[in-house]
Design a protein around this ligand. Structure first.
Ligand SMILES: *Cc1c(COP(=O)(O)O)cnc(C)c1O
Length: 219
């Protein structure tokens, strides 16, 4: 089942779109099945769970932290995390930079933009993202690399609304890229809205339930 789902996704998404298999709450055996089907990028939203899975699984997996990040947890994943999707403050970037330095690594980060009209979703306003990218302190953080943006659309059936939220993020991303060539990744789209996200220029989709089935609890 998991293998079929992954094969199907690979067939239906364009080549320039990266699939992150969101495996939060799922057992190691499910991740192993996805791995055996060729999947190498996994997304988790809890640091401790990601560390346990990292320890148990093959070391050529790229681990993405997709959830809201608590600064005091960065140190537990700094030796292996590949990409952190949900960065929403300079303080967090500073902590990631410090912890990455201890391991002599550069950790890739995405700034999370607030595009949904729900206040439960974390993220930065567009002008806050601009000022982070322009700030002098960022230039001195040698152990992080801001490689793109991430956004989550409003949880709604209204496709026109989802479309306009993704479209606004894509336009902003394109505008930023002109002066920030290191921005390459636009992470948007999940099981329910990845098609709309891809239509709007997403380069990375984060898919959980459409690969692994429904989660037993909401996290
Ligand atoms: C859980 C989660 C996903 C995947 O959600 P599905 O609807 O199961 O595909 C994607 N992005 C984030 C940030 C998540 O927390």
């Amino acid at each position: 089942m998991i293998k079929e789902n992954i094969d199907n996704f690979k067939k239906k998404i364009p080549e320039n779109v990266t699939l992150v298999a969101v495996s939060k709450t799922k057992p190691i055996s499910d991740l192993q099945e996805a791995y055996d089907a060729g999947q190498r990028i996994f997304g988790e939203n809890k640091v401790q769970e990601m560390v346990e899975k990292y320890d148990a699984l093959p070391k050529d997996i790229q681990w993405h932290m997709i959830g809201h990040l608590q600064r005091n947890k960065v140190k537990y994943m700094a030796h292996f995390v590949d990409l952190i999707h949900g960065v929403d403050s300079l303080k967090t970037l500073d902590e990631i930079n410090k912890q990455a330095a201890k391991h002599d690594r550069v950790i890739k980060c995405l700034l999370q933009a607030s595009i949904a009209d729900e206040d439960t979703k974390f993220g930065l306003a567009f002008d806050e993202i601009r000022s982070i990218l322009e700030s002098k302190v960022i230039a001195d953080m040698k152990h992080i690399s801001i490689v793109g943006l991430m956004g989550m659309a409003t949880f709604t059936e209204n496709e026109a609304q989802i479309n306009s939220e993704f479209s606004s993020l894509k336009n902003f991303f394109d505008e930023l890229k002109k002066s920030n060539p290191t921005l390459q990744i636009l992470s948007m789209g999940m099981s329910g809205d990845y098609e709309i996200a891809i239509k709007n220029g997403s380069t990375m989709i984060r898919v959980g339930s459409s690969i692994f089935g429904h989660r037993n609890y909401i996290v």
